[in-house]
Ligand binder design. Sequence first.
Ligand SMILES: [Zn+2]
Length: 737
Amino acid sequence: MPNKIDFGNGSIDFNIETILIKKNNPEVKKLAQFYIQLFQNPNIQIQEVDKLEFTQKNSIILGINERRDAPDRYKIQVTPYGIMVEASQVKGLFHALQSLTQLVKLNPENKAGSIRIPTVIIEDEPRFSYRGMHLDVARHFFSVDVIKQYIDLLALYKFNNFHWHLTDDQGWRIEIKKYPELTNVGATRSNTLIGHYTDRPVKYDNKEVSGYYTQEQIKEVVEYAKDRFINIIPEIEMPGHASAALAAYPYLGCTWGPYKVANTWGVFEDVLCTKDTTLNFMKDVLNEVVDLFPGKYIHIGGDECPKARWKTCINCQRNKRRFNLADEDQLQSYFIKEIEKHLYRKGKKLIGWDEILEGGLAPNATVMSWRGETGGVEAASQNHDVIMTPGSHCYFDHYQSKNPREALAIGGYTPISKVYAYEPIPANLDPKFSKFILGAQANLWTEYIEDEKKLFYMAFPRAIALSEVLWSRKEDKNYAGFLERLQFHLPWLKTQKINLTNAYAELDYTLSKSGDDMVLHFVKAPIKGKVLVEFKHNANNFTQEYPKGDSLILSNSLDLKAWYQLQDNSLCKPIHIIYNKHKAAGASIQFIEKPSPKYFSNENSIINGIAAPTNKYSGPEWLGMEGKNFEAIIDLSKSDTIDQIKFQLYNFPAAWIYPAKEIIVEASTDNLNYEVVGSWKLSPFTQERYIEPIVDLKKNKSYRYLKIKVINHGKIAEGSPGAGHTAWLFLGEITVD
Ligand SMILES: [Zn+2]
C-alpha cells in the first residue's frame, strides 16, 4: 500500500520503446538496463538526454532530484504521454520500478512490450529503514539459484536486507580459505532426524546432507543482491551453535571432542571455548567474511549458548579470573565484546540475538530481539539499535494453518493475519527510544524445511504481509484491504512456480453457551466467499452449502466438516468438528483454582462437547494449570443420574507437562453437602503421551453439582526434565455420561 495513490480516469496502453535518462549518469543507466532485462524486451532503447521531457510517446522517464532527506522516496506519474518516475536517489528509483513492475506484471493480460496501466500518481516512501528476511541454510542447504529467486522476491516486495544464516550445528556453509576443514568436514552430516524432534522413538534417514558456497559464489550472490538494492548480512554463529566448526577443528572446544556435525535439532552443550586460540580463529574467519560482504553489519549469533562446558574448563575458568568476571554470562559477554572490537576495527557493526544483552552489551552492538519484545525494549532503552524479530509474529517456520494435515513445522501458530497485525514499535517502549527500532525481519529456520518448494510455501504470502507492516503507514493498516490486494499477487506468484497456501482464508470457529446448549460460530477471514458444510450421518455423507447465518445451535451430537470456498471456487482446508452432547456439555462451571492464562481459552472449553486433540497440547481445547491442582464445580442445572466421567490428560515431560496423580469427584444436590462419589489414581508405569482416565460413579443416584479435583504431579524429581520446578497439568474435555 503506497503512502499516496491517486487514480485518474481509465487506463493507457503503452508499447514502451524508450527509457529516457540524463546524460552522464552511469548508476541510472545501469538501473535502466536492469529494468529492460527484467521486462525481457530487448527492443527498448535507452536515450541519454540533456533535459528530461516527453519528446515522444511510449517512453519512461527516470529522473533523480538529489534530495538528501528522504533517500527512499519516489514518485510515479502515469500520463497519456508516458511514465514519469522521479526519486531522491537511485534506490528510490529502484523501488519505483518495482512498483511499476507490480502494476504491469499483476495484470495477466500484459505481455512483454505492450502493457496496459491505469493513469495514476503514486508518492511513496518506507516507514522503516530496515526491512529484512532471513534464511537458514545450515539446517538445510539451498543452491545459489534458490537464493537468487528468494532475493528477486524480496526486491519485488521492497525488502532491503537479506540475513544469510551460514553456519550452525548442522552445517558450515561458507568457504574459509585459511581453514579448509570447516567445509571439508563441517559442511556434511551423515544423516538427519525424521519427523518432529519430540517424536519417540527417534528416527533418522540415510541421506547425507552436504553443501557450501565457495567464495566465488558468495561474491556472485552479493553482486546479484546489490543490483537489487538488497544488503546481505552474513551470520557466523558463535560461541553456541558451533558443532560443525567443532567437528572440523576439535581444538576450538573446551574438551577437544570428539565432536560431530549435528544430525538432530535443538541446543547442544558443546560450544566454542573462550580461550585465545578460539577467539583468534574466529577473528581469522571473520576477516575473510568481512572481505566478502560489503555491508556494514556482520551477525555473530550469540544465542542459545549453554555454559556447562565453560564451568569445568581450565581455560574458561582462567579467563574468568584473568578478566575478573563474576559468572559465565559475563564470560560470554567478554567473548562477544572481543569479537565486536575486532569487527569495529574492520569498520563493521556487530549484530547479535538478544542473548548478547546478558552479562552486558558490547558498546556498538545492534540487537535482534527474538524472544519476544523484552530484549528489544531493553536494548533500545540503552540507546542501541534494534531489529525486531519476535517469535510470536516473525517466525515463518511456525505453522500458518491449524489444519492437522498441514505439512510438519516446528510448532507455533503464526497465521498471515497475525503477521499483518504486527507493530514493530513495542507498546511499552518509551517513545523517546522508538528511533532505535530500525525495523523488523522474519526468520526462516529450516529444520523442517527440506527443499525450496516448502521454503517458498512457508515464506509466501506471509512475507508480503510483513512487507506492508514495514513499508506502509501505520494509519493505512487495513487487513481486509490487504487480503483484497493479495488476490492480485497470488496468481502471479503461482506463475513463478511458487507453491502457495490459502490458509489465510481457512475457517475458524468459536463456541458460546446459550441456555443449556452450545452454539457454534464460524469465524471467517474478511474476504469474499462462502461456507460449505458436510454433516456426517452414519455412513451417508452429504454436502450442502451452509444455509443461513454463521452460527449453528448444537442441540444434538454431530460430526461436521466445513470449508471456506473463495470466489475463484478454490476450497480452503476444512475444519473438522466432532461435537458430543454429553450431560455437562453447555453446563456452567465455576473455577476454584484459576488456570494459567497462557493455556486457557475460555471458561467453557473444558465442558463444551469438543474433545482436546490427543496428539498435541496446544489449541483452545486444552487447559493448563501451572504447578496447581485443577479444582472446579460443574452445575448441570438440574439433578440427573451419572454413570461415569471421562477425563483427558497430557503427559509430556520434555515440556514439563506431567499427568495428574489423582482425580477425586465429589457430588451434591444442593451445592452444600458433597460426598465423594468416585476417584482415579495414576499408574506409576504410565508412559503414554495421552491418558484418558475414567471415573465410574455409584449407579442410580441423581446429582446436580459435581466438584472435580485433579491433583497436580507437584515438584518434579531430580533427573527428570524441569527438575526442581512444579509440573504443568494439562486437562482436556470433562465428559459426563
Ligand atoms: Zn573453555
